[in-house]
Design a protein. Structure first.
Lengths: 173, 571
């Protein structure tokens, strides 16, 4: 089950199957299979591509792909192997910092209490393993009104808010 | 000291509400213990041998009287009437009930306190020099920077699931009272040739199973660029730190395995990339105005002029040996004439103050290092309010500090402290030990450390002798996780398990000061009964070998560990 954490809707992607060379919907392809997909689908340059990567993937490998395919990577899915492995959060931050504005999706055995971590690191959507936890994830996203750190969501961090004239009336309630 | 604004208050309240929700979900079975564990750890709640243990944050060891009164209230209402001050300037409660912990967090939020990130694989309490703002050797008061780092690290969404815990220390003084080089990141304040304030950055220090002293990776980072640089270090660590082995997951391992030059280069690259990609509205650093705002909370207090000599004190020292000892050992010079820094020792001897001591364990003499009863906390809070600009500090050596005391108040303070067993004049001496909770409390321990420390204290309950020995930092850990900092002890004692029997290994020559060094193992471990005899032999050799004003540590460094080994094991 896919849920939105940031308000951005989850795109629909079909898993890439190497035999099917006429897939014309959006395809979800792993970094490993990307080269193959690029060579063998007739629509790679036109179709929407979802890139599925593991959380421990070096950012450079992803940025190589992003720069080679220009605008057609519409979604990047970062797979967390365990909820304790926080590399996916840094990977997300680096992907956002590089200018990627598409959908950033998390998958893996994450805890609902990580909802606000995900959103602030730039994730839009989450592939839920346990649909019954959707509400708990959404509650987590809404837990803190403001953040001490700059986040992807354009929310000014607290230290900036304190010194922006317009914010003086807008303290947290 | 820093005062919360509405933003800060909202953060701790939201966190307390989040935790209340998590406890609820644990109690109703929605969360398994395995899932609840990392969540409760990020709020400082451990499950120990006998009970839960809650570690409350005391940011950079600074407290006011209202906060200490609240800590006393929490001890009485939710615990057994005492608390334990730690080697990271925090306080621990050993007996809270899970169901009460949300109320405890609410009570803490009422006085601008919390238990955020005092455990777990995240950035922990930022610690500093407990004499900050008062020390004569101060370059800058580093606490505004500590507060800036505290806020930046609090609920940092990217660094809450690190390979392992992460400890940052910062110092603004020339002498290192914060054990900087034993931290994951250390910042040592300095002024550049052009008069700019900044820090030298050290990375990769740590104790635990593999003691390592931090290495410098940057000679100078300007104060306004520090956060961005720290973030680069954390990002490199989060991405590249080992996650395959819990005992190889600290940043010290990464720095050692990469090599410090490669590590430094990786941080530089990440930092430059971040700066290159920051937008005008989303700088990686805090606004300059924010650091200025924080500095406003740490302006030196306006202390009225006080004379730097006092006839009553002089007269008292001539007839009261313990008072004189207290002045000599527990009272330090202050940057302003007429004032002193007072160390309140939480390492009592039995009977030293006419039979009064803090007997928190129901009759065991010698007290428990670092513990204070709620009654003692209230007294100290009142002293801080009346005599020390309503401020006190927790030192990483598990004592409490009154930082701004006029000379003329020392006698009253001493007499009041003495009534509560808090005037032990042993600061910096042998019986001023750092002691971990050990097997009495901790599920990780191999041996008990508290009873040994008490036996040592009782054996050396002789102020004349202790002062003759002079500065001697003894540090006791109940296992190789090193929470008692034995690697940094002039004498370190490590509890080990030798075929089911508690044994102790002695180490010599460690230091947590600016001359940081790792203690060297003396020889095979011994049982508890043999430790005192070994200490006697060690001290005997020291006293016979020392030259001039050599401290114990200096003699060990000069003649080496071998002579000590020979005297201890000769039979």
């Amino acid at each position: 089950m896919l849920i939105s954490l940031s308000g951005k809707e989850a795109g629909q992607f079909d898993d890439y199957t190497p035999d099917n060379q006429t897939q014309d919907q959006a395809i979800l392809v792993s970094l490993h299979d990307f080269g193959h997909a690029r060579r063998h689908t007739s629509h790679t340059s036109a179709a929407l591509i979802g890139l599925s990567v593991d959380g421990d993937t070096p950012f450079d490998e992803i940025s190589n792909v992003l720069s080679s395919v220009a605008a057609s990577v519409a979604m990047i899915q970062i797979n967390f192997p365990t909820f304790m492995d926080g590399r996916g959060f840094s990977l997300a931050a680096l992907i956002r910092r590089s200018g990627f504005t598409g959908e950033l999706r998390a998958s893996g055995p994450l805890m609902p209490d990580q909802g606000w971590h995900l959103v602030r690191c730039g994730f839009d959507t989450l592939l839920l393993e346990k649909p019954e936890r959707a509400a708990a994830f959404e509650a987590s996203v809404a837990r803190f009104a403001f953040a001490y750190q700059k986040t992807y969501r354009d929310t000014a961090p607290i230290p900036v808010r304190r010194h922006s004239a317009a914010e003086h009336s807008e303290t947290a309630s | 000291m820093y005062q919360y604004d509405d933003f800060d208050d909202a953060q701790v309240r939201a966190r307390a509400a989040e935790f209340r929700d998590q406890v609820q979900r644990r109690l109703n079975g929605e969360l398994s213990e395995e899932e609840f564990r990392p969540l409760r750890l990020q709020n400082g709640l451990y499950l120990q041998l006998h009970a839960y243990m809650l570690r409350v944050a005391i940011p950079y060891g600074t407290l006011n009287s209202k906060q200490l009164h609240q800590l006393a209230y929490i001890a009485d209402k939710f615990d057994k009437g005492y608390g334990h001050f730690t080697t990271r300037q925090n306080i621990q409660y050993n007996w809270p009930r899970l169901i009460d912990t949300p109320d405890i967090l609410d009570a803490l939020a009422d006085v601008e306190m919390h238990a955020v990130q005092t455990s777990g694989n995240c950035i922990r309490n930022v610690t500093t020099d407990h004499f900050a703002g008062a020390a004569q050797d101060e370059i800058i008061d580093a606490r505004p920077h500590a507060e800036l780092i505290r806020q930046w690290s609090t609920f940092h969404p990217e660094f809450a699931w690190l390979p392992r815990k992460f400890k940052i220390a910062i110092s603004g003084s020339r002498l290192d009272r914060a054990a900087l080089k034993w931290h994951d990141i250390a910042l040592q304040a300095k002024i550049s040739d052009s008069g700019e304030i900044g820090f030298e950055v050290f990375v990769g220090g740590g104790m635990g199973r593999t003691p390592v002293i931090a290495q410098s990776i940057r000679d100078f980072i300007p104060e306004h660029l520090t956060l961005g640089y720290l973030e680069a270090i954390l990002r490199v660590y989060n991405i590249q730190g080992r996650r395959d082995n819990k005992y190889k997951a600290r940043i010290k391992i990464l720095v050692t395995e990469m090599g410090v030059d490669a590590f430094r280069a990786a941080v530089e690259t990440e930092w430059q990339n971040a700066k290159g990609q920051e937008s005008r509205d989303q700088s990686i650093d805090a606004p300059v105005a924010e650091l200025a705002r924080l500095k406003g909370f740490f302006e030196p207090p306006l202390l009225d002029v006080q004379p730097d000599s006092n006839d009553q004190i002089t007269a008292r020292t001539e007839k009261d040996f313990l008072f004189k000892s207290w002045l000599d050992n527990n009272v330090a010079a202050h940057k302003q004439d007429g004032y002193r820094i007072v160390t309140i020792s939480l390492k009592p001897h039995s009977g030293i103050n006419g039979g009064v001591n803090c007997d928190v364990n129901g009759g065991i003499n010698g007290g428990i290092a670092g513990d204070a009863t709620s009654e003692q906390m209230r007294l100290i809070a009142d002293l801080a309010k009346k005599y020390s600009q309503d401020e006190l500090r927790v030192s990483h050596e598990q004592n409490l500090i009154l930082p701004h005391v006029p000379l003329a108040a020392l006698i009253d303070i001493y007499d009041l402290l003495a009534k509560e067993g808090l005037a032990t004049p042993n600061a910096g001496l042998l019986t001023d030990m750092i002691v971990c909770p050990g097997l009495d409390y901790c599920s990780l321990a191999n041996a008990r450390s508290i009873p040994l420390s008490q036996k040592i204290t009782m054996h050396f309950d002789d102020m004349v002798r202790l002062q003759n020995i002079g500065e001697l930092k003894v540090k006791i850990s109940g296992c190789i996780n090193s929470c008692g900092h034995h690697h940094a002890g002039h004498i370190g004692i490590l509890g080990v398990d030798k075929k089911g029997v508690e044994n102790y290994q002695l180490l010599l020559g460690g230091s947590g000061a600016e001359d940081a060094s790792r203690a060297q193992i003396l020889g095979p471990s011994m049982d508890e009964g043999a430790v005192i005899g070994a200490l006697e032999k060690i001290l005997s050799l020291y006293l016979s070998e020392r030259t001039d004003q050599e401290r114990f540590l200096d003699t060990v460094r000069r003649i080496g560990v071998q002579p000590f080994k020979e005297t201890v094991y000769a039979d």
